[in-house]
Design a protein around this ligand. Structure first.
Ligand SMILES: Cc1cc2nc3c(=O)[nH]c(=O)nc-3n(C[C@H](O)[C@H](O)[C@H](O)COP(=O)(O)OP(=O)(O)OC[C@H]3O[C@@H](n4cnc5c(N)ncnc54)[C@H](O)[C@@H]3O)c2cc1C
Length: 546
């Protein structure tokens, strides 16, 4: 059994697979379990003030599983699978004793970095009992669209390619953060999982729903969470001018915008006013009034309440002293709410191929509750590992259909040097046109850029013997996001179309994506949550949920 990815979901899957008796291999870019390095994935990034404690909400005396279930559905705005939510809440509640034990042994340590302490719980066991191939990229699944039975890998140092065969594969390769120039992830998280799955014939869902958050831009990039209104009282562009008011409609005040934003920190259009903070920041930067690092200034020097908090300490450790100078911030990608389409066994539409963590879709919808990604990674990872370990192939493992050595899929250095500028172009355009503020025009602009990069990289690949798999994957995921975003003519949760700012379809349909044999994006629409009622009260109206 093969697990692709060494983040929280990958480690959970590998541990369960081993415990279920499967001979297990883990393939991972970079090194597993070291914060911030290639390989640690999103799971090894810093937490915010709210995130990790939210994971432990189950330990509160007031925790109510029914209410939690309903809030996830409220957050999803019609774009979640109720079957998946029920499974998640059931498993979440079952984890209570374990969560209490984790809290007891790590306590505040869990807040310093996100999933790292949790990864380390599995890592020791996995290192002992499974084969771990670090510094190894999975570049293709061995699949005939119906059955998956292995992975083609490339050693990142030598550039040598080889094939791993297994009865089943778990994709836990994280989200598509590095499609966007502004994000807080290690570079390894660049949509490989989605592209590998789609190219192997699997379907994906909800990929256009992403979570965006404020993040620092210099000297290091970190999430920054403004959980009090006064923290956002002094927001200026690079010229020192306040700009938020200039982006607000007449009926909305700066105070209202900030008040709502404090409650709903990730970007969302579910309420009237909070969206304008992120819109204003992004538009101001796009208009050329940002700082050299691509940010605007938030001045926290007079905010005594910020001083000494976990967030303040976390930023100081990363060379940002909010009491000494205004902090430079932008809005960027935090995580993807969608993923590959899976059933409750985490099985994708291709037999033998499972997905977990940010690679699995259906649990999170248009918005998601803070902390649930982390819990979802553990839960989906464990299920995927257990189920994949017990998977009996319908037929004997297939041989790779086409496997030629890809000349340019070389070492890490070769990749970034030769093709670096093309990656940069896609990422910049995706951040500008496909993340916070989208419109038909902006999506078409992104598509044009994608096409230009595709043509240029194909021309380069003639000499180098093939396009790097990471670039090819970015082109696939970029195209899927462009197509699904274009087709969604509405604004819903974290998905905002400037040309349909207030429209929300009464009967929402999810986009189920597959690729045709020649790589075109095929869309099928499906109602995911027929019980969702757009007229019902928004249960998240006045509560903190981000
Ligand atoms: C700064 C930050 C704060 C966050 N805060 C919260 C929070 O408070 N609460 C919450 O619930 N969620 C939060 N999230 C989201 C959450 O952390 C992620 O969704 C989650 O950690 C994803 O875990 P994963 O195991 O699916 O993927 P990741 O942890 O991203 O791991 C992906 C793994 O796959 C490997 N990989 C990728 N491609 C390949 C390939 N081709 N071949 C081999 N290996 C590959 C990578 O090297 C990595 O090891 C946050 C994310 C960030 C970045």
């Amino acid at each position: 059994m093969i697990v692709i990815g060494g983040g929280l979901a990958g480690m959970a899957a590998a541990e369960q697979a081993v415990r279920a008796g499967a001979t297990t291999a883990v393939v991972c870019k970079g090194r597993i379990g070291e914060v911030g390095v290639r390989g640690s994935g999103a799971s090894g990034c810093g937490a915010t003030e709210a995130g990790v404690p939210a994971f432990f909400r189950m330990l509160d005396k007031s925790f109510d599983a029914h209410d939690f279930h309903d809030r996830i559905i409220d957050a999803g705005l019609g774009m979640v699978s109720r079957e998946m939510v029920s499974l998640f809440v059931e498993e979440f509640v079952r984890m209570r004793p374990e969560a209490a034990e984790i809290m007891g042994s790590y306590g505040a340590g869990c807040s310093a970095t996100l999933g790292t302490p949790l990864i380390h719980r599995s890592l020791g066991f996995v290192r002992e009992h499974a084969k771990i191939l670090e510094g190894t990229r999975a570049v293709r699944l061995v699949s005939d669209s119906e059955v998956c039975s292995g992975v083609i890998c490339v050693d990142e140092t030598s550039g040598v390619a080889f094939e791993l065969c297994g009865k089943a594969v778990v994709l836990a390769a994280g989200g598509d953060a590095h499609l966007f120039s502004v994000n807080v992830h290690p570079q390894c998280v660049c949509g490989d999982g989605y592209a590998l799955g789609l190219k192997a014939g699997a379907a994906a869902i909800n990929l256009e729903f992403m979570q965006m958050f404020t993040m620092t831009t210099a000297p290091t990039r970190n999430l920054i969470h403004f959980w009090q209104e006064r923290f956002l009282a002094d927001l200026r562009n690079a010229d020192g001018k306040e700009f938020l008011a200039g982006y607000l409609p007449e009926n909305i005040t700066v105070e209202q915008c900030i008040r709502e934003n404090v409650l709903h920190a990730p970007f969302s259009v579910r309420d009237e006013a909070s969206r304008y903070l992120a819109i204003a920041i992004v538009e101001e930067i796009k208009a050329g009034r940002g700082t050299d690092s691509g940010g605007v200034y938030v001045d926290l020097r007079e905010c005594a309440d910020f001083r000494g908090t976990r967030q303040d300490k976390f930023l100081r450790e990363r060379a940002i002293d909010a009491s000494a100078a205004p902090v430079e911030v932008s809005v960027g990608f935090q995580c993807c709410n969608g993923g590959l389409l899976v059933n409750t066994r985490m099985e994708t539409t291709v037999a033998g191929l499972y997905a977990a963590g940010e690679n699995a879709g259906g649990l999170h919808g248009a918005d998601r509750l803070g902390g649930n990604m982390l819990a979802g990674c553990i839960i989906s990872g464990r299920i995927a590992g257990r189920e994949a370990a017990g998977h009996v192939p319908r037929r004997s493992p297939i041989k790779p259909l086409r496997f030629e050595r890809q000349g340019s899929d070389g070492t890490e250095n070769e990749l970034s040097q030769a093709y670096g500028p093309l990656f940069t172009e896609i990422r910049r355009s995706a951040w500008e046109n496909l993340l916070v503020v989208k419109s038909e025009r902006s999506i078409e602009m992104f598509r044009d850029r994608l096409e230009q990069v595709r043509q240029r990289s194909r021309a380069m690949a003639v000499d180098s013997g093939g396009m790097p798999a990471e670039l090819e994957n970015l082109l696939v995921v970029g195209e899927v996001l462009a197509e699904t975003s274009l087709e969604r003519r509405e604004s819903r949760g974290g998905f905002y179309r400037e040309d349909y700012p207030n429209a929300i379809q009464a009967a929402p349909e999810a986009h189920i994506v597959t690729l045709s044999e020649d790589g075109r994006v095929l869309l099928r629409k499906e109602t995911l949550d027929p019980q969702w009622n757009p007229d019902s009260r928004d249960g998240l109206g006045n509560v903190r949920w981000g």
